[in-house]
Ligand binder design. Structure first.
Ligand SMILES: Nc1ncnc2c1ncn2[C@@H]1O[C@H](COP(=O)(O)OP(=O)(O)OP(=O)(O)O)[C@@H](O)[C@H]1O
Ligand SMILES: [Mg+2]
Length: 288
């Protein structure tokens, strides 16, 4: 694997005026598939994921629009987390995982040999179900990604403050930036993890059930935050909470058992008038 994944930071723009992926060179074949990058930021094409001999995702094809919230819903084990991890190649870290098919980020196949997964994950950050701050100060948690990418250039304080502010945490921690991230409440820890994920200025934020371990007040803060983040970023969020998906997402993808994407449409359509009976049964709680 070569490590020429392109520079971090702001989005470069191609001669066409369209943003480039910044994670490797785009081949003709890639750009041919990339019909409308201004609208589609992530596209999966016939994506299969296996764990050893077991197939967890079957031929997933989906175009995810930029600067919107896309919710992934479906019963336990249907492959939502697997799909999320395949977007920023977190599945690389699982020995038995194997990905077939294509996954494009701004027209660039993230599984191409010239893509650096570390550079990719700066563009496509991730927040997990269980808040996982590092055993470091609040400041160092947020600064972590910036230091890794060598952007410790004196603006670090400002970047840390900005990220905390965007994550709606600054007001609560401004006077205690040197205390441990682990001393915060669960809801605050999750917002700290969101600050850490957005500090390197990614374009896409993947969230795997980010509020499932939180109380209703903290959950509602995360939901407000997701909607705000979508003004600047593309958010792809897994949730088991139907009301949450209906409230905060623009698009909803329904995965069902067997690792299949059954329906993907505007959230209103999915919740008010889905095409498939199985989707209706799932969202009305008849199974799952
Ligand atoms: N690291 C792994 N090794 C082997 N199999 C795995 C691994 N992770 C997931 N799987 C399998 O892949 C399938 C999909 O799992 P995944 O975690 O993506 O589902 P999910 O929709 O996120 O479920 P949940 O709602 O419970 O989080 C399941 O059958 C699961 O057992
Ligand atoms: Mg999961």
């Amino acid at each position: 694997m070569t490590a020429n994944g392109g520079g971090p930071g702001t989005v470069s723009t191609s001669e066409t005026g369209r943003p480039e992926s910044g994670i490797g060179s785009v081949t003709d074949e890639d750009s041919r598939r990339d019909a409308d990058p201004a609208e589609t930021i992530i596209e999966s094409r016939d994506l299969d994921v296996y764990y050893g001999d077991d197939q967890a995702l079957q031929s997933i094809s989906m175009e995810i629009p930029e600067q919107q919230v896309t919710a992934l819903i479906g019963p336990s084990g249907c492959g939502k987390s697997t799909f999320l991890r395949s977007i920023n190649r977190m599945n690389d870290l699982i020995d038995v995982a194997r990905v077939e098919g294509d996954l494009f980020f701004r027209g660039k196949n993230v599984y191409d040999d010239d893509v650096d997964p570390v550079a990719l994950r700066r563009k496509i950050g991730m927040v997990f179900q269980k808040p996982n701050p590092f055993p470091k100060s609040i400041y160092d948690n947020v600064a972590y990604g910036l230091r890794v990418q060598g952007e410790d250039d004196g603006d670090l304080d400002e970047q840390v403050h900005t990220a905390l502010e965007r994550a709606a945490l600054l007001d609560e921690v401004e006077d205690q930036l040197e205390t441990s991230g682990l001393d915060l409440s669960g809801g605050q820890q999750q917002r700290l993890c969101i600050a850490r994920a957005i500090a390197p200025d990614p374009e896409v934020i993947l969230m795997d059930e980010p509020a499932s371990a939180l109380d209703p007040v903290a959950t509602s803060k995360i939901e407000d935050l997701v909607e705000e983040l979508a003004e600047e970023y593309t958010v792809i969020i897994v949730t088991h909470n139907m009301q949450q998906a209906a409230r905060i997402s623009d698009k909803t993808a329904v995965f069902l058992t067997g690792g299949r994407l059954v329906e993907f449409d505007d959230t209103d359509k999915i919740f008010e008038n889905p095409e498939h009976d199985r989707v209706e049964d799932y969202i009305t709680g008849k199974f799952g």
